[in-house]
Design a binder for this molecule. Structure first.
Ligand SMILES: Nc1ncnc2c1ncn2[C@@H]1O[C@H](COP(=O)(O)OP(=O)(O)OP(=O)(O)O)[C@@H](O)[C@H]1O
Ligand SMILES: [Mg+2]
Length: 226
């Protein structure tokens, strides 16, 4: 199984000290490369679930396996390494490093994973795939928001992770730019046979995914948000 979340629960402690259960037993399994959307009202727990799938936070109970590895059973260092190689996360904000060029930003995960003689070429290939090879030596702040998100996507995909998690990837882009970014993301995800799990508020975007889910009252059910 590429991704398997079983009965995942997550509670936070309110400022008053009482526990607040956000995820009440969320299950999601993905056996083959495909695209999956998660919709749901603001505050229903989409980002919480995405961060658990990414191993960025741990569940209160339940299990999350990526490529048959239980994330909870891994130590911090092992989890970091596993995440760097197998899980890519795309956020609404781009989180690019301003003092690095586009090429250096995209090459960063390769460098952090022990480097490679072909690091520059791999990063440039990925920049080419997002249509930005001509901006390789430019700095992020000199580029448009859509271009910045394409660099962020190139940086995530350069390691060819099996699982790509996206939390409102077009949330800070205008409609046309968002659509262009999504075209690119979907075409790379499909051609590299990756799994994409995407939280979104955009019904048209969700409808483009192979499977749609809705998060309501802390559980995930098949189908589009009504
Ligand atoms: N670290 C935290 N401590 C306490 N409460 C939290 C924490 N993180 C999230 N929450 C709460 O969990 C709930 C779900 O938040 P989450 O960000 O997952 O929602 P979301 O579905 O992604 O919403 P949106 O569509 O607005 O992005 C919210 O009520 C939020 O306040
Ligand atoms: Mg969110």
């Amino acid at each position: 199984m590429i991704l398997n979340a079983r009965e995942v629960k997550k509670s936070f402690t309110e400022s008053s000290g009482s526990p607040l259960e956000i995820l009440k037993g969320v299950s999601l399994s993905v056996e083959n490369p495909m695209t999956v959307s998660i919709m749901g009202r603001s505050g229903c727990g989409k980002s919480t679930f995405i961060s658990l799938l990414a191993g960025l936070d741990s569940a209160t109970s339940g299990t999350i396996e990526i490529l048959d590895q239980n994330l909870d059973a891994m130590s911090g260092a092992d989890l970091n390494q596993f995440r760097a190689r197998h899980i890519g996360v795309i956020f609404q904000q781009f989180h690019l490093l301003d003092h690095l060029t586009a090429l250096e930003n995209v090459r960063l995960p390769i460098d952090l994973n022990g480097g490679s003689n072909e690091g520059d070429q791999r990063a440039l290939d990925m920049l080419t795939r997002v249509g930005l090879s001509h901006r390789a030596h430019h700095f992020p702040e000199t580029m448009s928001r859509g271009e910045q998100q394409r660099i962020a996507i190139a940086r995530v995909l350069v390691m060819k992770p099996e699982v790509v998690l996206a939390d409102e990837p077009t949330g800070s882009l205008d409609i046309k730019t968002g659509a262009e970014v999504i075209e690119l993301l979907f075409s790379i995800v499909k051609s590299e046979k990756m799994v994409l799990v995407m939280a979104t508020h955009d019904p048209a975007l969700a409808a483009r995914c192979d499977q749609q889910f809705t998060m309501t009252e802390g559980v995930l059910t098949p189908g589009l948000l009504k």
